[in-house]
Design a protein around this ligand. Structure first.
Ligand SMILES: [Zn+2]
Length: 331
């Protein structure tokens, strides 16, 4: 994914600062706090092993053997956890006019429930380490331990937990493909729009089930690094401010205020943007942004060092437990 240009960030910041939605959401949250809801435990060791397993296939670049092997493993894991699983075969055109095959993977839990929420993450990894400090690495694929595998690992652990703990609503887990094939830094010519999130763009225009909808969606992206910082990302705040409020409140109730920060950040062109824009499902992005790094993301973003050494079980726990709490407090 990439950061949207600054002028848009300013416009979005102005738009979202106009309303008083935050206050209203705070009142809603207070009501739910008084209830006692049993929320199952998220196991960070299990989540870590799911991240590690994905990385063990190698870079999951569309068109590679590792990509197909990982696809089959993800499908078998979702099925093993009792999810009704669909693979959406897609054909997309990349920034350099290659036509490639991809696979969006969807696991439905409690499929009979009318009211649903969607949890998602991209499962492909980037073909280019275009932010690696060594330019010789810029055309090499990345392992994407944090950028890709971390979010999927958290969601697989949630699927495992939900198998034995029936949620009060339906939960659909989406693994987006071809998110990270966007135009590389060194590409000639002008920056093209919409070269990222190709799998979610496709699905948002062609849902796997006609008429599919959900109350809201939560996207995870880079949720595994130590001391991650999650802000009210600009598009989330614009399209789904009440969901940002809700999720951040749950995180704070759990004592995770050091991770879930209450300030707004630059909008990011990520899968949630297309789900909001084309599928009209209000969707937020829990994404690690870092004002102190050159790229605005976690320091090893799109480098060869995005490997298992970046993954911290504590961060997986923080995000996973927050999601479980959010799910179980729904009615
Ligand atoms: Zn990426």
């Amino acid at each position: 994914m990439k950061t949207k240009i600054l002028i848009l960030a300013i416009v979005v910041a102005m738009m979202s600062s106009c309303g008083n939605d935050k206050k209203k959401d705070g009142e809603v949250k207070d009501t739910s706090k008084t209830e006692t809801v049993n929320v199952p435990v998220f196991n960070e060791d299990s989540a870590y092993s799911y991240v590690d397993k994905q990385v063990s296939f190698g870079p999951r670049v569309p068109g590679s053997k590792a990509h197909l092997e990982c696809r089959d493993w993800l499908v078998s894991e979702l099925k093993r956890h009792g999810a009704e699983t669909t693979v959406q075969n897609i054909t997309v055109r990349t920034y350099d006019n290659k036509v490639i095959n991809g696979y969006n993977i969807i696991g439905s839990i409690n499929p009979g429930a009318q009211s649903r929420i969607m949890l998602s993450s991209h499962w492909d990894s980037r073909p280019y380490a275009d932010w690696d400090p060594d330019p010789a690495n810029h055309n090499k694929p990345i392992l994407g331990a944090n950028d890709g595998a971390s979010g999927v690992g958290v969601l697989l652990e949630i699927a495992r937990v939900l198998k034995t703990n029936q949620p009060p609503i339906g939960v659909d887990i989406f693994f987006w493909d071809v998110e990270d094939y966007g135009e590389p830094r060194d590409a000639q010519g002008q920056e093209k729009e919409d070269t990222w999130g190709l799998g979610s763009q496709y699905w948002s225009k062609n849902p796997h089930k006609p008429g599919y909808t959900a109350r809201y969606g939560i996207l995870l992206d880079m949720v595994g690094a130590s001391f991650a910082s999650f802000y009210h990302e600009g598009f989330s705040q614009r399209y789904a401010p009440s969901i940002v409020s809700k999720v951040w409140s749950h995180a704070h109730e759990l004592g995770y205020a050091n991770y879930f920060l209450n300030s707004e950040s630059n909008p990011i062109m990520d899968d949630h943007y297309y789900v909001n824009k084309y599928a009209n499902i209000p969707t937020i992005d829990i994404i690690h942004q870092d004002n102190n790094s050159q790229t605005g993301f976690f320091p090893y973003w799109h480098t060869l060092k995005d490997d298992m050494s970046q993954i911290d079980r504590k961060t997986l726990k923080v995000v996973g437990q927050t999601l479980l709490r959010t799910v179980f407090y729904e009615k």
